[in-house]
Design a protein around this ligand. Sequence first.
Ligand code: SF4
Length: 417
Amino acid sequence: MGKAMHDTPMLDQLESGPWPSFVTGLKRLANDESLTYQDMVVDLLGQLEHSYKTRKGYWKGGTVGVIGYGGGIIPRFSEVAAEYPASKEFHTLRVQPPAGMHYDTKLMRNLCDIWEKHGSGLIAFHGQSGDIMFQGASTEKVQDAFNDFNEIGFDLGGAGPAVRTGMSCVGAARCEQSCANEQKILRTLVNNFLDDMHRPALPYKFKFKVSGCPNDCMNAIERADMAVIGTWRDDMKVDQEEVKAFVAKNGSKYVVDNVISRCPTQALSLNDDNTLAVDNRNCVRCMHCVNVMTKALSPGDDKGVTILMGGKRTLKIGDLMGTVVVPFMKLETEEDYERITEIAEETIDFFAENALEHERTGEMIERIGLVNFLEGIGLEVDPNMISEPRQSSYVRIDTWEEEADKWNERKAEEKAA
Ligand code: SF4
């Protein structure tokens, strides 16, 4: 018989709404006799109710780690341990998910078994950071849990001022819009920067996110210091028979109202015979039409990626979207992957040397200027570097003669090659 449950009238109310409640989940764990640390969840519920009553949080940080690692564990010590002793230590292990978050059920059962043995049983798939969050281990058990996770091939993620756990979308395995091998990109980057992930030594966090197409399901533009997003540069593919079938099924008014007129650059029009005309030079790859007419429209064949730097949430100077620093690059050969790693290395080195403490890449770029940043990481200025498609090229080629000449020369050389 486990410890008696605390009265939780305020938490109980959270179970009454229409959505699944985390309180119900916690109660299930608290009543599970098979859990090694069942009492921990009982006291966790008690402490949470106490927090709701007093409107205060009672977790404080500290230092907890595993051998050889400088990060990856989020320490949580309770300030009300006298009243709720079983949950006095409730640390979180951040564990990196597989790229694209592909698991099989056996693997998930193994993860659950390990956590039910060493921790509270409470798991978040996945936290905002992208990691699997194994929440609730005592200081003593952190190493044991890590050892077991490691045994089945998992590693801790990043925490603190370090390269953080990367994220990639589910990708081509389940999504037909994918324009890049997002899992390979992520693994290449993560494997290359594992040291910087496990031993925090940067001015602040640095995140990679990889989305396979411009839908950007990883929200890489808004949330990654370095975003790699799949795209295409030739014409999108149009199956006119499918267009006609779509118009026949939904009516031309529906198509005009929901596809044609919603193209942000008016690049679409419906012909008299109900086929679709696409002005590809004006398409900004917003993906709207491709998402609506999935059978008729798909990305082109000449696929590659766009790289953006400096996206982040609020912090000091407000939300920042990533800035395009590589408008398009092919990712086919091993050299291409080496190049992308090289760009990341240059950026992280520059960030390590030039950012102020607690400053993200985007803020550093704002402070020192984009031109200095590009020079620092060895990228040539290109008028296709933009903040918003078609609207604001950073590069004024009308007045920036020298850069414009350089760019024109480069383009001419590329053409000749
Ligand atoms: Fe227009 Fe977006 Fe479709 Fe391009 S992808 S044609 S910008 S709706």
